[in-house]
Design a protein around this ligand. Structure first.
Ligand code: ACO
Length: 407
């Protein structure tokens, strides 16, 4: 189908053929109409619209609507959608002690996945995954509440009181306010930062069948509710080989700076695979050329730092690393380029987010994709419970040793 894939679903049934495909490098788990990627050409399109155009012209909620519903909203649909989301930003007060029960040192991604799973306990209409009205309202609830939960995870980690959402603010400014306002000091929106964050959220909004989205689909395929599915997606995103890479990149840059070892020596260690060290923020399963999102993120990094008048030595280290890698045959031969995570941390840091909040920011961006993919699967008549096969290599049959008794 277009890119040389074949539908094996009938074939498999007829022949009993099973392929072993570690990491699903060659196996499609679904058909989809949401996101198109051409990894060789560095192309990313949501519902056919190029990512570059969406990043320049649209808002995050417009993109969320597009991913979920298949078309860009008209003015009245957009007004209705954004109003609905605004009306659902409040959390049940009963949920707040959940945050207090966890240590202040908790990683915000652990807090976030727990809090999202807990939302299901308040919205049991989500248990009926085939009721379109319930799916719709719980989609809105998640879009509205995930940023609030993430901001509370942040506030908790710095020992500050939770702010109530201010629904007179736009989606992004409300989120920034929840993170950076205190009851002693108001948050002054900065249009450059708001636009940069809006753009970053758009760039993260979907990426077809990546690890977290596949997790959301796999959990959803059991007809588990949408909160359980998204919570599982957040857990998958947490790992440093996936969304956690944005945090890992900043830690890597800081370590290079602190150790004084120099970029050249660090790259040598990566190439020699010393202690399994990798160039975090580089490489991608699908992109074998420059990640189109990384280009746009780099532009935003330049804009944000210039507007804040910040000179970040970590940006210089990152650019030096990129140049080293792009000119090195190790990276060229393996077609390793910067991915979306390489420069995002520099921007989030300049905005004032602590490193541990970087992956929750990714989760907020990716949520529309998870929701769109969960819903698409739910409506696909060919969907089945996900249940991979295995190649069994263990003992075929053994008798329990005679005389052994632990009872
Ligand atoms: N640094 C050094 N070497 C690398 C890197 C890297 N970042 N990425 C891949 N390689 C090497 C591998 O060691 C392997 O080398 P080999 O052939 O000598 O064994 C070769 O390139 C192929 O890599 P694989 O691991 O087979 O590629 P895969 O598609 O399985 O992994 C992944 C993709 C996980 C993204 C990998 O490139 C990686 O670990 N990157 C660093 C983490 C990262 O930035 N993750 C974010 C991805 S984007 C996202 O999730 C939003």
């Amino acid at each position: 189908e277009g890119r040389g894939s074949i539908d094996l679903s009938t074939f498999t049934k007829q022949t009993g053929y099973t392929g072993l495909d570690y990491g699903f490098v060659n196996t499609a788990s679904t058909r989809s109409e949401i996101t198109y990627i051409d990894g060789d050409e560095g192309i990313l399109r949501y519902r056919g619209y190029p990512i570059e155009q969406l990043a320049e012209k649209s808002t995050f909620l417009e993109v969320a609507y597009l991913l979920i519903n298949g078309e860009l909203p008209n003015e009245s649909e957009y007004g209705q959608f954004t109003n609905d989301i605004r009306r659902h930003t409040l959390l049940r007060e009963g949920l707040k002690p959940l945050f207090q029960a966890l240590p202040d040192s908790a990683h915000p991604m652990s807090v976030l996945s727990s809090a999202v799973a807990a939302l299901a306990t308040y919205y049991e209409d989500s248990l009926d995954v085939h009721d379109p009205e319930a799916v719709e309202i719980n989609t809105i609830r998640l879009l509205a509440k995930l940023p609030v939960l993430a901001a509370y995870a942040h506030k908790k980690s710095i020992g500050q009181a939770f702010m109530y959402p201010d629904n007179s603010l736009g989606f992004v400014d409300n989120f920034l306010m929840l993170n950076f306002a205190t009851y002693a000091e108001e948050y002054e929106p900065n249009p450059v930062l708001s636009r940069a964050l809006e753009r970053l959220l758009i760039l993260h909004a979907d990426h077809e069948q990546n690890a977290s989205t596949s997790t959301v689909r796999l959990v959803g395929s059991t007809e588990a509710n949408i909160y359980a599915s998204v919570s599982a997606g957040i857990s998958a995103l947490y790992g440093p080989l996936h969304g956690g890479a944005n945090e890992a990149v900043l830690n890597m840059l800081s370590e290079i700076k602190e150790s004084g070892e120099g970029v050249g020596r660090f790259v040598e260690r990566v190439k020699n695979k010393e202690d399994g060290v990798k160039l975090m923020g580089f490489g991608h399963r699908v992109y074998k050329s420059y990640d189109p999102r990384a280009k746009l993120v780099k532009e935003s990094a330049d804009e944000v730092l210039a507007s804040l008048g910040v000179h970040d030595p970590l940006l210089e280290i990152a650019m030096e690393l990129e140049q080293h890698a792009l000119n090195d045959s190790y990276f060229q031969d393996r077609r390793l380029y910067p991915n979306v995570d390489f420069y995002t941390g520099i921007i989030y840091k300049a905005m004032g987010f602590p490193t541990r909040m970087f992956t929750p920011l990714f989760a907020i961006g990716r949520l529309p994709g998870w929701l769109a993919q969960w819903r698409e699967q739910n409506q696909d008549s060919k969907s089945k419970i996900g249940r991979p096969q295995q190649l069994y290599l263990g003992a075929t049959e053994r008798d329990y040793p005679a005389g052994r008794d632990f009872s």
